[in-house]
Write a protein that binds this ligand. Structure first.
Ligand code: ADP
Ligand code: F6P
Length: 460
């Protein structure tokens, strides 16, 4: 296979001991570990000039090339257009869009800069795999610079329905530029349908199941639900099941049952709704008072982007109110932590819990849901309670308890069902989900995408 060149805004640290808390970074790192390749992107720092100095890091077969963003580019490209316009719109929250012309210009400017960086590094046969909403027009800039490589985009987040996509200023220009890619990959069939619908209805493109044609240019599209490495996770969780952190967690629980949730602190994750669902459980089912603890791990994310600070305040208020209402001298209902844990610890926490609770209001995939399942023991697995609005629900509907996160009472019923579920049913559900995870693991995801990118259908 050709050399792989990956481009994303956020790159995972490749040196041991550092933690990434985003699905893209975690997924791409695991996918690259097996084949090796080059990974280019932002180094996470804000400097005086974007792209300079560019530094290179090596670890085994992965080579990373990263650079800073200038304050202006960080403010306009990252904070402004990517996370202040595209992120809310793609998560069906047009009400949170904050659009400024200079942010859109910054988004375009940084895409052009990334194209120049790619041009410096790419060899003619490299397969170039670009990730996420930060880079919708990047292929167009690469073409303008004369790059002839195969160029693929994988969108980690949902693609919104056409009326919502249309709320994004300059939506038509963005979608047209997106069609400069050879292949656009999406998480679910629904996301792909939405992209095709928009291109047909709003751009006048023609489309078949697997391609969109506009002005004679054919862009292939595909559904590639991102996976995890279930065996590696199982192994990690098993190996660390008696680690110091797990012992601390268990001693705090004092044999109580545990519901666990882990997310970046983001309004797409339905954290407030989740707290209310747990409160409803305590309210309506008194036997769980003092008998169940809910641990929410939520490291702050994008703290300087509109909407995130107020969410954090609301979460503090809501968890404080619920705890003030129900706490007993020997029991705190919600343990709400704004921090991250290393991967082995997180996986062993999943294994130590009886319920994994994922309540996204919209989510491209939600890797936490898959990790939770993979971390369970086969004999005594926990139950996954999963929002129907996470991409993972498409694959895990048979084994998880599926909920609508806006329906507090159905969430509390599902929590009760999960906490009361007999071992035989838990094992059955777990097995069903593990089969799916093993069949479509991270390696299969990478192979399918790259093989479709490398081998266009005849005539494509
Ligand atoms: P998103 O990409 O929106 O952040 P995902 O659920 O798809 O959501 O991916 C999140 C990834 O980050 C998972 O691999 C998860 O294990 C990791 N992660 C999330 N929160 C934490 C945390 N507090 N500590 C360590 N890792 C975390
Ligand atoms: O997976 C979705 C995603 O937006 C990634 O693109 C991103 O790396 C991650 O969440 C974390 O967000 P950020 O890079 O803005 O910290």
């Amino acid at each position: 296979m050709a050399r792989i060149l990956i481009v994303s805004n956020r790159v995972a640290p490749i040196t041991e001991g550092q933690v990434s808390t985003g699905g893209l970074a975690v997924g791409v790192l695991d996918a690259l570990k097996k084949t090796g390749g080059i990974w280019m992107g932002w180094n996470g720092s804000v400097g005086s000039k974007s792209g300079d100095p560019c530094s290179q890091d090596e670890n085994g077969n992965i080579s990373q090339i990263t650079w800073p963003l200038s304050q202006r580019d960080y403010d306009t490209f990252y904070r402004g257009f990517a996370n202040g316009v595209l992120w809310p719109a793609f998560h069906f929250r047009s009400d949170l869009i904050h659009f400024r012309d200079e942010d859109y210009e910054g988004y375009r400017r940084v895409n052009r800069l990334f194209a120049e960086q790619i041009q410096r590094v790419a060899k003619p046969d490299d397969l170039i795999w670009i990730h996420d909403y930060h880079f919708l027009p990047l292929a167009q800039y690469c073409r303008e610079l004369g790059l002839k490589n195969r160029l693929g985009l994988f969108l980690h987040i949902p693609f919104p329905s056409p009326p919502i996509f249309r709320t994004i200023p300059n939506n038509d220009a963005l979608a047209r530029d997106m069609l400069a890619y050879d292949l656009v990959g999406l998480q679910t069939a629904g996301d792909r349908r939405a992209l095709h619908d928009y291109c047909e209805r709003c751009l006048g493109a023609s489309s078949t199941d697997g391609a969109i044609t506009l002005d004679g240019k054919v862009t292939r599209t595909g559904v590639y639900p991102i996976g995890v490495c279930p065996e590696d996770i199982q192994h990690l969780a098993q190996e660390h099941k008696n680690s110091r952190e797990v012992v601390k967690l268990k001693s705090g629980l004092q044999h109580r049952r545990l519901i666990i949730s882990v997310d970046r602190l983001d309004y797409s994750k339905g954290l407030i709704e989740r707290f209310r669902g747990f409160e409803r459980l305590l309210d309506t089912r008194p036997r769980f008072r003092g008998a169940v603890s809910f641990v929410q791990i939520a490291p702050p994310s994008r703290t300087d982007v509109h909407g995130y600070r107020s969410l954090r305040q609301m979460l503090e208020q809501t968890s404080g109110r619920i705890n003030a209402r129900w706490t007993e001298l020997s029991w705190t209902p919600i343990r709400y932590m704004n921090r991250s844990f290393d991967r082995p610890t997180l996986m062993s926490f999943f294994r130590a819990s009886q319920v994994g609770l994922v309540t996204s209001l919209r989510d491209g995939m939600n890797l936490v849901a898959k990790e939770y399942v993979a971390a369970q023991s086969e004999d005594d697995p926990g139950v996954l309670v999963l929002s129907e609005f996470a991409g993972a629900a498409d694959e895990l509907a048979e084994g998880a308890l599926i909920i609508n996160p806006h329906d507090t009472s159905s969430m509390s019923k599902a929590l009760q069902a999960a906490l009361d579920m007999h071992a035989a049913e838990r094992r059955q559900r777990h097995q069903t989900m593990m089969q799916v995870l093993k069949k479509n693991d991270l390696i299969a995801w990478r192979e399918r995408f790259l093989s479709d990118l490398e081998n266009p259908p005849s005539g494509g």
